[in-house]
Ligand binder design. Structure first.
Ligand code: SAM
Ligand code: DTB
Ligand code: SF4
Length: 362
């Protein structure tokens, strides 16, 4: 993954971000055409496999247990249910599934075994599998890679300076370490941020500079507009101007010419014309389906109508990298064996229907 050295300093990138909009979009669209098919859009579907009750205090997030939101907490979903949702997403044109869990960090427990099995199953369906599970160590990253995980999403969200104003339960460096663990395991990195939290343009560019200084920038960069949720500390934030969203997308496009820039949360507040401008400025991926993790997103049909108007088609999976191999995982095999034995036992009991023994009491 390349970076554009001409803008690799904070001053230059900020100047670019603030340049006249028509120049900025034109430059971004030019870079976009050089490295990407401008008529293609990657559709990624989110599945919230474990919802709410998170111990972190991210000020934007409705899933934190620290805030009083109306969110319904859901324990870990079953493998079959998640595979069913993935099949549906594939039928609707998605080439990638991103499984999200409201965890601070991955723990080596049964729920993680389930995630590993979900990754195996969805990779087996020929879709790119992404997961966003919070912090993880190198061993956990390796286990996910062996299951067939294609990408790991872990956002820096903002600059190092602004980070402490929105999250107190972890450090910026923790995020960088997890990204590096995913990288070491050979997993493609998806990392970006949120705008509209009250940060400055310097903070937005500060986040991009962190990616510039990484050994390799992320393969995907999601740009989210804050979805203000009642009960969170950021509930009263004024919606971000669409022009800022376009500037952020265009600047990311120019700085990281080969990365996929994803127009992420916040699309329900944007007109179709504004979304089209984001695509023109270099976004080539969206989250598809009527729900993000917990908040609304445009319906499949609405997006399909927009793509038809724009002449855009869904991108096929594994165009930017090979499909990972799925290796056998002992814990998953064991869990499958136990499940099979249980099912057998259940079947046998119903086949040899229980007949009570006659007892004569003298
Ligand atoms: N718990 C994991 C973590 O924090 O990495 C994974 C799930 S977390 C919900 C994934 C990302 O969703 C966050 O990093 C943030 O960028 C984004 N997000 C959460 N709430 C949001 C909101 N209200 N508006 C926009 N983006 C949001
Ligand atoms: C990302 O950058 N945005 C997605 C995905 N990665 C995990 C999540 C957006 C969440 C928006 C708030 C919600 O629906 O809970
Ligand atoms: Fe938890 Fe992730 Fe939400 Fe932060 S963003 S509260 S870590 S689910």
């Amino acid at each position: 993954m390349k970076i554009n050295k001409a803008y690799a300093s904070k001053e230059k990138a900020l100047e670019l971000y603030r340049s006249p909009l028509m120049e900025l979009i034109y430059q971004a669209a030019t870079v976009h055409r050089e490295y990407h098919n401008p008529n293609e859009v990657q559709m990624s579907s989110l599945i919230s496999i474990k919802t709410g009750g998170c111990s972190e205090d991210c000020g934007y997030c409705p899933q934190s247990a620290k805030y009083n939101t109306e969110l319904e907490v859901h324990a870990m979903m079953g493998v079959d249910e998640v595979v069913g949702l993935a099949k549906n997403a594939k039928a609707n044109g998605s080439s990638r599934v991103c499984m999200g869990a409201a965890w601070r960090e991955v723990r080596d427990n049964r729920d993680f075994d389930k995630v590993v099995e979900m990754v195996q199953e969805i990779n087996g369906m020929g879709m790119e599998v992404c997961a966003t599970l919070g912090m993880m160590n190198e061993d956990q990253a390796k286990r996910l890679k062996d299951a067939g995980l294609y990408a790991y999403n872990h956002n820096l969200d903002s600059s190092k300076e602004f980070y402490k104003d929105i999250i107190s339960t972890r450090e910026y460096q923790n995020r960088i370490d997890t990204i590096s663990n995913a990288r070491k395991a050979g997993i493609s990195v998806c990392s970006g941020g949120i705008i509209g939290m009250g940060e400055t343009a310097e903070d937005r560019i500060g986040m991009l500079m962190t990616y510039v200084h990484m050994e390799q920038p992320p393969e995907s960069i999601p740009i989210n507009a804050l979805v203000p949720v009642e009960g969170t500390p950021l509930e009263d934030q004024k919606p971000i101007e669409v022009w800022e969203m376009i500037r952020m997308i265009a600047t990311s496009r120019i700085l990281f010419p080969q990365s996929i820039i994803r127009l992420s949360a916040g699309r329900t507040q944007m007109s179709q014309e504004a979304q089209a401008l984001c695509f023109f400025a270099g976004a080539s991926s969206i989250f598809a389906g009527d729900k993000l993790l917990t908040t609304p997103n445009p319906e499949f049909n609405e997006d399909q109508a927009l793509f038809e108007v724009l002449g855009m088609t869904p991108k096929k999976p594994f165009q930017d990298g090979d499909q990972p191999e799925t290796k056998t995982d002992e814990k998953v095999e064991m869990a499958k064996k136990v499940r099979k034995e249980k099912e057998e036992r259940k079947k046998n009991t119903s086949e040899n229907d229980f007949k009570p023994r006659k007892i004569t009491i003298k």
